[in-house]
Design a protein around this ligand. Structure first.
Ligand SMILES: Nc1ncnc2c1ncn2[C@@H]1O[C@H](COP(=O)(O)OP(=O)(O)OP(=O)(O)O)[C@@H](O)[C@H]1O
Length: 239
């Protein structure tokens, strides 16, 4: 069972079969001209099935870099990421994309929607990336996020809250073992924020490992555990 903030035991970074997501000693080094940045400095973390973890930290702490490395969108310079026991890091981009399509849902700040496709076709596109018969139909997913009535709308015709819900439907299209969300409630009003967070919690209750990069106090409140990133280093601040 997930633990509540304040009761989390001190964790080691040895993987257990309950872990859907593990990162071990992640480093990410950037060089832009003369400028060199070490955005991640040995970050290790685990997220168990059914657990919701919030990642917080000041601007520039490395949160988005971490999420990109966990999702296989970016390659860490060192260390390893495993999803459902399968290593996703240090593989060619096409293999990372295939593993991501199979195991991970990603909800990004810029929204993971194709502008010229309807909400329903965006979900179907995500289905096609997985291949085979989807475990959950587009209609069921749109029902789940309360957008059944907006299935034919284009992203630009949606409100901010509807966009967030459509992005979530796309992120959930592959019934992911791990759901990674970057500021999923950033521009939303309080009511819509609580709705989105509840949907993420519902997914965790079904066994998904949920990691949310956030500045939101509400997201921190509902998380089982909080990891603080500071200058590329991670600290579990739940206990
Ligand atoms: N592609 C890149 N090239 C060079 N430096 C980068 C790149 N991406 C990130 N960085 C640097 O890495 C550090 C961490 O950036 P990152 O975007 O991960 O921080 P963040 O915690 O997500 O910040 P914010 O809360 O403002 O989004 C910053 O110093 C940033 O300038």
């Amino acid at each position: 069972m997930p633990t509540r903030p304040g009761t989390a035991p001190v964790r080691t970074h040895e993987a257990s079969h309950d872990d859907a997501l593990t990162a071990r000693e992640l480093y990410r080094f950037f060089r832009a001209g003369e400028e060199e940045t070490l955005a991640l400095r040995g970050v290790s973390l685990r997220v168990r099935r059914g657990e919701t973890v919030a990642v917080v930290g000041p601007s520039g702490a490395g949160k988005s870099t971490l999420l990109s490395c966990l999702a296989g969108l970016d390659e860490p310079s060192g260390g390893e990421v495993r999803v459902d026991g399968v290593r996703i890091s240090h593989r060619p981009e096409t293999e990372r994309a295939r593993l991501r399509a199979q195991h991970i849902g990603v909800l990004l700040q810029t929204r993971n929607l194709v502008a010229h496709l309807s909400v329903r076709d965006n979900v179907r596109l995500a289905h096609s990336a997985v291949g085979g018969r989807p475990a959950v139909s587009a209609r069921e997913l749109l029902d789940e996020v309360g957008l059944a009535g907006r299935a034919h709308a284009l992203p630009r015709q949606l409100s901010g809250g509807e966009l967030a819900r459509a992005g979530l439907a796309v992120a959930l299209a592959n019934s992911p073992a791990v759901l990674l969300a970057d500021e999923p409630t950033g521009e939303l009003d309080g009511g819509t924020e609580r709705l989105i967070l509840q949907m993420l919690r519902d997914r965790a209750a079904l066994g998904c490992a949920v990691l949310i990069v956030t500045h939101s106090a509400e997201a921190v409140r509902v998380a089982d555990r909080v990891i603080a990133l500071d200058d590329g280093r991670a600290h579990d601040v739940s206990g």
